[in-house]
Design a protein around this ligand. Sequence first.
Ligand SMILES: Nc1ncnc2c1ncn2[C@@H]1O[C@H](COP(=O)(O)OP(=O)(O)OP(=O)(O)O)[C@@H](O)[C@H]1O
Ligand SMILES: [Mg+2]
Length: 450
Amino acid sequence: MGSILATANNKRCVIWLGQPDARDRQLMAAVGWSVRVIGHDQVPQIGMRSNETVVACVDTRGLDATALAQVESLVMANPGLPLLAIVEPGTRMNPDVQRLLRAATTEVSLPLQTSALQRALDSCSTHAGFDDPGHDHSAADRLLGQSPAMLEVRARLHQFGSIALPVMILGETGTGKELAARALHELSPRANGPFIAVNCGAMPTNLIQSELFGHERGAFTGASTRRIGHFESAHGGTIFLDEIGDLPLDAQVNLLRVLQEGNLQRVGGSQSVQVDVRVIAATHVDLQQAVASGEFRNDLLFRLDVLRLLMPPLRKRGDDIELMANHFLGEFRQAHPATIARGFSPAARRAMAATAWPGNVRELLNRVRRAAVVAASGLITPEDLGIDIDNQATGGLDSARIHAEHETLLETLRETGFNVSACARKLNVSRVTIYRLCRKHGLSLEQLRS
Ligand SMILES: Nc1ncnc2c1ncn2[C@@H]1O[C@H](COP(=O)(O)OP(=O)(O)OP(=O)(O)O)[C@@H](O)[C@H]1O
Ligand SMILES: [Mg+2]
């Protein structure tokens, strides 16, 4: 077994002891830590460079004698090293591991969740008094999702956050483009500066220039005072140009000049004003096509489309749909304690998984809220959600498959005494898959075991 040294932008480093699978690696990347392998015969040299945070992560799944010896030598050689232990709930641990883990500062239980991992790593590094990047992760935290598609998005957010280049966010309506833009800002060195969101499609055409770049007193009828534009307001921070495809051509020319020269002129003014602004743009239209039809400038597209972030449609996010639905319902219940609905019926869960969600996360959010109001019992039905099950692709075969999967899972769990590893072996899938299937079918291992 090898041990793993993970680094993130040479700043945050976790020594991972165990065998991370592809998903573990994805999760690490999603919270901003990438992974490097070192041979198990090497005594790990911890590169304590200045402003580097180091955490050792002991993965107790399948920890063997060699790996255990390595953990011990690591701990002995680095007494102050914060330990993070990944533990499988309900499993009996080898006493040697247990003794070692008594020194562990933090535990994170399986199945690994990005938010739990992030919290655990953060508390480890804060505890050790190592450098804390000190970013406010609130928008990144609000961006829910554990699907591979969303893990990829999170990894990109961390990757792009620290780079000062423009980002183009693409995605259908309601996929979280604005939330992602906020997260990028908060993860960037500009986090303490302003974040200004501008909807390019919502400004009156004749006022766009003055809205973006400001105007001097008397610049036009009604300009009775000098006004600072969005670009100047975003100085030292980030400007988010939403629906950039809606920007008229003359404003595109001026935007290009600001991006090229780093300064602007207010409408009716002659002075150049220096601005230091990171630009994030978003669109749900095909800008290449807009370029082809002469509605969008190619040179501006080149300037804006440097780093690209793709927000996946909700229908590509698998179990995230249910995860988010539960979260939105929980939030609603907190705000409205009299709400009767406390969960989703199995039919509602199946219906949500099979719906195309053209309005994506925003549509899901609105449907859940409405369902929470109209539901007449504790469990929300497909009708409460306004989902027409008859019009869905879930034919007889699909529901038969889902039913068979549910039965097989439950039966095998029972046979193996609800031991996830044994159940995974028997069904020839990974433990992660078992956890996912349990979530999908609304099976709580804790409840089943008791
Ligand atoms: N991954 C997510 N987790 C939780 N909430 C989300 C997520 N993505 C989006 N939302 C919520 O969904 C709503 C729509 O998100 P947002 O406004 O960022 O989407 P958008 O892509 O900018 O939409 P539009 O194209 O219509 O401008 C917001 O209320 C946002 O908080
Ligand atoms: Mg938006």
